[in-house]
Design a protein. Structure first.
Length: 348
């Protein structure tokens, strides 16, 4: 019996099978299964700054929809997109007819219920009902409303069409998956050749799957874990529990193995091992949807164990122990690492 079996008291045996498919066959998200076939080709782009300017225009236009001019602008327009004078660019969007003044109904929606009732009271009209009913009563009775000089703008038809054509950039802005803008654009263009119905989620999935395979091949396990974490976010947004469990299993397996980016033939012989830190939310995901758990998913790590602290049977023992008692297992892992480090200190 191995030291870990003694430590954790587990004897679970699981069959293994050669199955490294990452995404469930019945997933609602359709993408390429062979990530090698969808590798984007990225070339040096002398107009990368122009691309970033384009993205910033898309993001700002989307943000300005329904906002007052001028507004209090988020700091990221300067720090992330390099817009030095956001107010000026906002004005340019208006001048170029991407934005137009909103209707009275839309402007009324920006007022508080108490303000709407005050206008109705001044006109001797009923003040009962929800906000939409109050607004409709003001419009039906042509009640004069003072918006205190507010200029609220919404998307024009030109603006709507522009955002429709550039919708994947909104997804790109809202999801920080550490994907380069040129890489994203390259994948987008490639996918459009195969399918006109391309969105930001599909683009991100294809890139992340390729990155994951590449990072595992090059033994960049920490980067692979980050790729899996991004995939986990996508599937969580879609409540795709089968793939959430699949991804969580792989992430937890990497954590248990102790693999990271800096492992090499040289520091594989290091005398001091770091503590293994596990993410409890991964355990929660697996336990909450255990009907989707496939123990064979753990086996994807087998071909990388020459750089792992533990063998495959030990990893499985720890995995099941983590599911059963997270805190105790983490404590015992710390003590085990202490013992290994102490033993190594006598050797070297």
């Amino acid at each position: 019996m191995s030291i870990l079996k003694k430590l954790f008291g587990l004897n679970d045996e699981t069959e293994t099978k050669n199955d490294n498919v990452l995404i469930s066959e019945d997933s609602d998200i359709k993408t390429e299964k062979d990530s090698n076939k969808i590798e984007p080709k990225i070339e040096e782009h002398p107009k990368k700054d122009n691309l970033w300017d384009h993205i910033s225009k898309v993001v700002l236009l989307n943000w300005c929809n329904g906002k007052e001019y001028p507004s209090q602008y988020p700091q990221y327009f300067f720090y992330k997109y390099g817009i030095k004078n956001t107010k000026k660019v906002h004005q340019e969007l208006i001048d170029n007819m991407y934005l137009e003044k909103c209707s009275k109904e839309h402007a009324l929606k920006t007022l508080k219920v108490s303000e709407l009732k005050a206008y109705l009271k001044d006109s001797n009209l009923k003040q009962t009902g929800n906000k939409d009913e109050l607004i409709q009563r003001i419009i039906d009775n042509d009640v004069a409303v003072n918006f205190n000089g507010k200029n609220i703008y919404v998307l024009s038809e030109l603006g709507k069409n522009f955002l429709l054509d550039n919708k994947p950039w909104i997804y790109y802005h809202n999801h920080d998956f550490m994907i380069d803008a040129l890489e994203y654009k390259s994948m987008w263009e490639k996918l459009k050749l195969e399918n006109t119905n391309v969105n930001g989620e599909i683009i991100s999935l294809c890139i992340l799957l390729h990155k994951l395979q590449k990072n595992m091949d090059y033994k960049k396990y920490n980067q692979a874990w980050l790729n899996l974490s991004s995939l986990h976010k996508i599937f969580s947004e879609n409540k795709d529990y089968k793939n959430i469990v699949k991804i969580a299993t792989k992430m937890l397996t990497i954590e248990i193995s102790g693999l990271d980016d800096i492992i090499s033939d040289i520091n594989l012989k290091r005398t001091h091992l770091p503590y293994i830190r596990l993410n409890k939310y991964l355990v929660t995901d697996i336990k909450n949807h255990y009907e989707y758990f496939d123990p064979n998913e753990i086996d994807f790590i087998k071909e990388h164990l020459d750089y792992s602290i533990f063998g495959i049977d030990q990893i499985k023992d720890i995995f099941y122990s983590v599911l059963e008692d997270f805190e105790t297992t983490e404590y015992n892992l710390d003590r085990l690492i202490d013992d290994i480090n102490e033993e190594n200190s006598y050797k070297y």
